[in-house]
Write a protein that binds this ligand. Structure first.
Ligand code: ATP
Ligand code: MG
Length: 461
């Protein structure tokens, strides 16, 4: 600004129109650059989905978990082609805007050359006529060049700020989106669970227009007892768990905690009272200790609590034998700062061991009232499953539990069993009652039992 004003003053001395011509040559530059930056901002928005797909394909190609299937099925080249197609799309969009920018800047450069040339011609002719001295001509040339450079800088800075603001809008949309679960303005404290949790005519679907997953579920989970939920794949068992943790609200109906709608609580406080082991629990690329403490960060430095949880989940012996015990990093992707000398200490656990670790994470003792286990033992060997469930029964004693499993041998120990089918509870009762009823549960149980018996007779024969 100072440079522009200073030299514009010099130009003013030569004649007001000289200053006007030089300064007004910045107007088309500004307009053209603003148009280009609008295009660029729109392009950034447009290529977002392609960039996400590119990221997805490239992460598949570099992720050790995906490597087994990618190599076994030989789909590396296919994924690579899909990734490069996305990159080509992105580059094409960039190139289109780059070309336009190049054309605009070339035109602007021509314009500024024409202005400079015109003024130089004017200055030289005035000098020939004796109206300007040679010194004045030098001054005109320097002033015009400086004003144009400074103006170009001004335009570039203004336009890049403008473009940043255009993109900042995306950030504001995310920040202003607000919570997806409506928060109660004055949330009630979550009391310790005394009577039970009730799902009252709960209807749920993941989004408008999607099929209903739950269609009027009525269920009482009594405090201090274990309720098992069984049902076919896709019946909505894990969805039910998500509603109990208030990761979603029912589309219709309500989840009541001792008679109080859970929407009246602060979700974070409610979730603090619920311990859940999800079917697809994460394995963190952190130390074994941290992996367990993720269930309750206050246990991070409390080795006794961590070990107790690991013992209940039947993973203590495995962790203890790791090269650095509980401090072993459970990844081979990178190593801990302290392992610089020996980067070989990182370990990868087996699928079942990872599941036990996730179980330990869910079992870490705290002020929890409800323990939800969504297929906690699907990857455990038979012996471990039996062991873990014996210990789990002890851990659940007095605690309210929800147990989901396809292994009915495990489920039969629950205080009550409900069968989820077609979005509603189709059967409920104890194992013996359901068997006597002779419904879907009895049929499924008979099928599993027959499977075991058949294999035993086959082996024996
Ligand atoms: N995040 C989601 N968005 C949209 N639909 C989903 C989502 N999660 C699950 N669904 C759908 O909800 C239905 C119920 O899924 P859910 O995971 O609750 O079944 P499940 O009973 O736990 O099955 P499984 O025995 O296989 O674990 C399925 O039809 C599934 O496609
Ligand atoms: Mg499930």
């Amino acid at each position: 600004m100072i440079t522009v004003l200073g030299f514009a003053g010099t130009l003013l001395l030569l004649g007001p129109w000289v200053a006007v011509v030089v300064l007004s040559s910045a107007v088309p530059a500004m307009m053209a650059e603003v148009a280009v930056s609008r295009r660029r901002a729109a392009m950034v928005g447009r290529i977002g989905p392609a960039q996400r797909r590119e990221l997805f394909f490239s992460s598949l190609l570099t992720n050790p978990d995906a490597a087994k299937e990618v190599r076994l099925f030989g789909v590396g080249r296919y994924l690579w082609r899909r990734m490069t197609t996305e990159i080509e799309t992105i580059n094409r969009e960039h190139r289109r805007v780059d070309r336009r920018e190049l054309a605009v800047q070339a035109a602007l450069a021509l314009l500024s050359a024409a202005v400079t040339g015109g003024l130089l011609l004017f200055a030289v002719r005035s000098a020939v006529r004796g109206e300007l001295s040679v010194g004045d001509v030098v001054l005109v040339v320097a002033a015009v060049a400086s004003v144009q450079t400074a103006l170009a800088g001004l335009v570039t800075d203004t336009v890049s700020s403008y473009q940043a603001l255009l993109l900042f809008r995306h950030y504001l949309i995310v920040v202003d989106a607000g919570p997806d679960l409506p928060l109660s303005p004055c949330p009630r404290p979550v009391p310790a669970l005394r009577h039970g949790i009730e799902l009252r005519d709960v209807w749920f679907r993941y989004a408008d227009g999607q099929p209903w997953v739950l269609r009027g579920v009525n269920l009482l989970i009594p405090a201090g007892l274990t309720t098992a939920v069984v049902g076919l794949n896709g019946a909505g068992k894990s969805t039910l768990v998500k509603l109990l943790c208030r990761l979603y609200d029912p589309t219709r109906g309500a989840v009541l905690w001792d008679g109080v709608d859970v929407r009246e609580f602060d979700p974070a406080q409610l979730r603090g009272r619920v311990r859940t082991v999800f079917q697809d629990a994460l394995a963190y690329e952190l130390t074994a200790r941290e992996n367990i403490a993720m269930g309750d960060l206050t246990a991070l430095t409390d080795q006794a609590r961590i070990e107790a949880a690991a013992r209940t989940a039947g993973v203590h012996d495995v962790l203890n034998k790791l090269p650095r015990g509980y401090e072993t990093l459970l990844t081979r992707i990178f190593f801990a700062e302290s392992d610089q000398g020996d980067p070989e200490t990182g370990m990868v656990l087996s699928g079942g061991q990872q599941q036990r670790l996730a179980l330990a994470r869910g079992l870490i003792l705290g002020a929890s009232d409800l323990l939800i286990l969504d297929e906690p033992s699907s990857a455990l060997d038979a012996e471990a499953e039996h062991d873990v469930h014996t210990r789990l029964r002890a851990a659940r004693r007095g605690r309210t539990g929800v147990l989901i499993s396809h292994r009915l041998g495990v489920v039969r120990e629950a205080d009550s069993i409900v069968v989820l089918a077609d979005g509603v509870i189709s059967e409920r009762g104890s194992h013996d009652e359901l068997i006597a009823e002779g419904g879907a549960y009895a049929a499924l149980f008979e099928l599993q039992a027959a499977g075991y018996r058949a294999s035993t007779t086959e082996v024996l024969s």
